[in-house]
Design a protein around this ligand. Structure first.
Ligand code: C2E
Ligand code: CA
Ligand code: CA
Ligand code: CA
Length: 279
């Protein structure tokens, strides 16, 4: 961590002390929210770029805090990772997401699959495969109804990377999808594409943002399309905000997209209405 100029040999600066206090506060609140069901799932649709069909939705965690209002995941996920709560939190998300999808299927709602984010600690925690197997058995959902999104961050550490191969292989063998999230932002070494059993690449939104204006970004996405085709991977673009971006992605041959231009992440009831409205 970077030390501020005011830091002295005697201890923490005022800012550091405050940051520590804030983290300790949040950890306590996270524990309590987890215990009393204080989290909510939002869902952001993913559609085919070729024919517009709804392929699924990404599950995004929301924390409506009683005093502080909605706390964004970018603020609480890192804290949950640091204090180890992320394992339980991601397990809760997976459980709640698949039960929701099973209810939707029972109601005849046409949503084929859900994509769930997994932090590296959750992926490496031994009981992930058991949890997935148990949930699929309990809900009767096909394994193809679930895609797990893991980040390139996982590949930062070679030891972690090696430990991830086994759980991911088992899940892939079951028929569960495995997606590399934020593809292109992490590591220049693409060796993990050969080592890890994956089914999908998710182009980070930083490549999409200026896609219609920057020929360089277009070339990079074109290379990703070639790579995905060659490796027989599904290719999904995230953060698509404009029709111009969607058009370029379609021309280049990207399979699917997600973003504010299609729909914002929304609570379950709104997604139901959105899906019904598309029929
Ligand atoms: P992510 O997995 O990359 O998720 C996509 C983020 O982009 C979401 O932010 C989504 O709301 C936002 N987004 C979607 N479309 C657009 C768009 O068109 N433009 C822009 N500018 N943004 C868009 P969100 O929901 O705030 O989540 C932030 C991050 O928190 C996620 O990034 C993911 O890494 C993490 N996260 C969310 N839910 C979970 C979870 O259940 N478990 C874990 N481990 N991480 C989660
Ligand atoms: Ca994601
Ligand atoms: Ca992403
Ligand atoms: Ca991202």
């Amino acid at each position: 961590a970077k030390l501020s100029g005011r830091n002295t040999a005697r201890g923490f600066s005022a800012e550091q002390a405050q940051a520590l206090q804030e983290k300790a506060w949040m950890e306590g609140e996270l524990r309590e929210a987890l215990a009393r069901g204080g989290f909510v799932l939002h869902f952001q649709p993913q559609c085919s770029l070729q024919d517009g069909r709804v392929l699924g939705a990404e599950v995004l965690l929301r924390w409506p805090h009683p005093q502080r209002g909605l706390i964004p995941p970018d603020r609480f996920i890192p804290v949950a990772e640091e204090c180890g709560l992320i394992v339980a939190l991601d397990a809760w998300v997976l459980d709640a997401a698949l039960r929701q999808l099973a209810r939707w299927h029972a109601q005849g709602l046409a949503l084929p699959s859900l994509a769930v984010n997994l932090s590296p600690p959750r992926l490496l925690h031994g009981d992930l495969q058991d949890q997935v197997l148990r949930l699929l058995a309990q809900t009767g959902l096909p394994p193809s109804a679930l895609t797990l999104e893991v980040t390139e961050r996982l590949m930062l550490d070679e030891r972690q990377d090696r430990r991830a191969v086994e759980p991911l292989s088992q899940l892939r063998a079951l028929g569960v999808g495995v997606s590399i999230d934020d593809f292109g932002t992490g590591y220049s070494c693409l060796g993990y594409l050969r080592r890890l059993p994956i089914s999908e690449l998710k182009i980070d939104r930083s490549f999409v943002h200026e896609l219609a204006e920057r020929p360089e970004d277009r070339a990079l996405v074109a290379a990703m399309v070639t790579m995905a085709r060659g490796c027989r991977l599904q290719l999904v673009a995230e953060g698509v905000e404009t029709e111009a971006q969607a058009q370029v992605l379609r021309e280049l041959g990207c399979d699917a997209y997600q973003g504010y231009g299609l729909a914002r992440p929304m609570p379950a009831a709104e997604l139901e209405a959105w899906l019904r409205g598309r029929l």
